[in-house]
Write a protein that binds this ligand. Structure first.
Ligand code: PLP
Length: 268
């Protein structure tokens, strides 16, 4: 294989989901489906299945830093995706590593609580996320509950989503993809899910028909698909469009691998 046909590399720094639906596992499947070589630094481990999270283990940050350094020391990394980071100490370790290695793109999914209700980021870590990681992100991809915690007010309809965009951009990220999937059905026009992309110049709406499915791992997959598209040379807005299409298609084909009612995405 010559260099021109080599897949680009993307790095995910996130949590492991033993059930294979979200986290690192979803990220690596997404990278592979885009023909991007996936690297991983595991910031937290969850014991998890389709009915919930049963335990969480956070390895020490020196070992996390060793994983990140090993990746940067050997691979040309086109983009970094950040997912579950568990606590403030992990956030500071990741921020220190990224300040050192300075990747071209950082896609930050500010993971806080799982769909099943498990806390994946300590509340006390919100400030570290705001002050250390968001300002170095190319893009942040909050869902509505995460955006509400970041800006400190409720987002109840599409107008409130538009208003939230300005406050979110004010936190210092290059761009925001605010995911509208949590809006109540009666607040969604035409039974669509609308995500808003904004980079400070214009706001661009990305709409898909609402699929009323209790799915797991959609946020991880969306952020990874944006990172994969950036690695493949797409611009940021085009990467967000392509990633939203990817999640929608994978959701349509989704399946229920466990005894819980939760659906996981089909990446292939
Ligand atoms: N588990 C891990 C390790 C994750 O990183 C994430 C998500 O971002 C989740 C669970 C939550 O996924 P979901 O909200 O789709 O249940």
């Amino acid at each position: 294989m010559n260099d021109a046909s080599l897949p680009p590399c993307a790095l995910t720094i996130a949590g492991s989901d033993s059930g294979g639906g979200a986290g690192i596992q979803a990220d690596l499947k997404t990278f592979a489906a885009h023909r991007v070589h996936g690297l991983s630094a595991i910031a937290a481990l969850t014991a998890q299945h389709t009915r919930g999270v049963t335990a969480v283990h956070v390895p020490d940050t020196a070992f996390l830093r060793a994983q990140i350094d090993a990746c940067f020391d050997d691979f040309a990394i086109g983009a970094v995706k950040l997912g579950m980071l568990a606590n403030a100490e992990v956030i500071h370790a990741v921020a220190d590593a990224l300040e050192h290695h300075r990747p071209a793109h950082v896609v930050l999914d500010p993971v806080m609580v799982s769909t099943s209700g498990a806390r994946l980021l300590e509340t006390s870590a919100l400030d570290a996320l705001r002050t250390r990681l968001i300002p170095m992100a190319t893009l942040i991809t909050p869902n509505l509950p995460e955006a509400e915690l970041l800006i400190g007010r409720a987002i109840v309809d599409i107008d409130a989503m538009h208003e939230a965009i300005g406050t979110l951009l004010g936190l210092g990220a290059g761009a925001v993809l605010l995911k509208g999937g949590h809006l109540p059905v009666d607040a969604s026009p035409r039974n669509e899910v609308v995500d808003l992309f904004a980079d400070g110049s214009a706001v661009h709406a990305i709409a898909h028909p609402r699929l009323s499915l209790d799915a797991h791992g959609t946020g991880c997959t969306l952020a990874s698909a944006v990172a994969a598209n950036l690695c493949l040379g797409r611009d940021l807005r085009g990467s967000c469009d392509a990633a939203a299409d990817y999640v929608h298609a994978a959701l349509r084909k989704g399946y229920r691998p466990g005894r819980g009612d939760v659906l996981v995405l089909d990446h292939f």
